[in-house]
Design a protein around this ligand. Structure first.
Ligand code: SF4
Length: 246
């Protein structure tokens, strides 16, 4: 039987809403990077990855051209993923430190990973229209998971969570300031944590260090441990009325 999580992922992979991004992913998959020229690139929208019962949802920006767009799994095949999965392993959200390919045995525990855009954009910059087009997948992901803690990797992921929280009436105010280790209490006991993205731009320059990233997931762990066990998984999804008319 195909689960709702698998159904959603299949719809994401089949999505064709953004011609510019789909063309870019295909083109990267044809041209390839020299180091990967013998590999078959995924070259399609990258599905969500992780535990369909995960209470921690990590929200990235978009797949990397030669990372997830190559391997077909979120944050797999590049340095950003190595940083992220090491931090998740240390906090008990992953069963192993390493991520190389979809068949490497990596499993997430009480945690899932999604993205604002599921297709790799040129220069890592999706347009506002492309972000809006991909919003429905994010909303359906939030519908399916019993999310209690969001970790936004970067300012665009931060905005994606807040925009969705507004639609669900979890957050009534203006956009809170994004920052590393920033924390916002959303409605119904949910929390949003901010983290600098583990991109090489941040890790090479020392803007983000391993202890800084570890601290965010340690905080997520504390928040989840504090949640009363009786409430786990009991939150009913709230309808996003704006999507009913799509
Ligand atoms: S970015 Fe999202 S909405 Fe656009 S084509 Fe990819 S999966 Fe579809």
């Amino acid at each position: 039987m195909v689960t709702p999580w698998e159904q959603l992922n299949r719809r994401i992979v089949a999505c064709r809403r953004c011609p510019r991004l789909r063309d870019h992913c295909r083109q990267v998959a044809i041209e390839k990077r020299r180091a990967y020229r013998d590999q078959d690139y995924w070259g399609k929208p990258v599905p969500n990855f992780g535990d369909p019962e995960g209470r921690l949802l990590i929200v990235g920006l978009a797949p990397a051209a030669h990372g997830a767009n190559r391997t077909g799994r979120m944050f797999t095949g590049d340095r950003s993923g190595e940083w992220l999965y090491q931090a998740l392993f240390k906090a008990g959200f992953a069963n192993q430190l390493h991520s190389e390919s979809p068949d490497d045995g990596l499993q997430l525990v009480d945690c899932a990973i999604t993205a604002t855009c599921h297709c790799a954009p040129p220069d890592n910059k999706p347009t506002p229209d492309e972000i809006e087009a991909c919003r429905e997948w994010f909303a359906q992901t939030v519908d399916l998971l019993p999310v209690k803690v969001f970790v936004a990797l970067g300012g665009i992921g931060w905005r994606t969570v807040i925009d969705e929280a507004r639609r669900r009436e979890w957050w009534p105010g203006p956009l809170p300031k994004f920052g590393h280790a920033a924390e916002v209490e959303l409605g119904d006991g949910r929390t949003l944590l901010g983290s600098f993205h583990p991109s090489q731009q941040n890790t090479f320059t020392g803007r983000l260090t391993e202890p800084m990233l570890d601290a965010v997931f340690a905080r997520a762990r504390v928040l989840l441990e504090c949640e009363p066990k009786a409430k786990r998984g009991s939150a009913a999804p709230r309808r996003d009325k704006s999507r009913d008319s799509r």
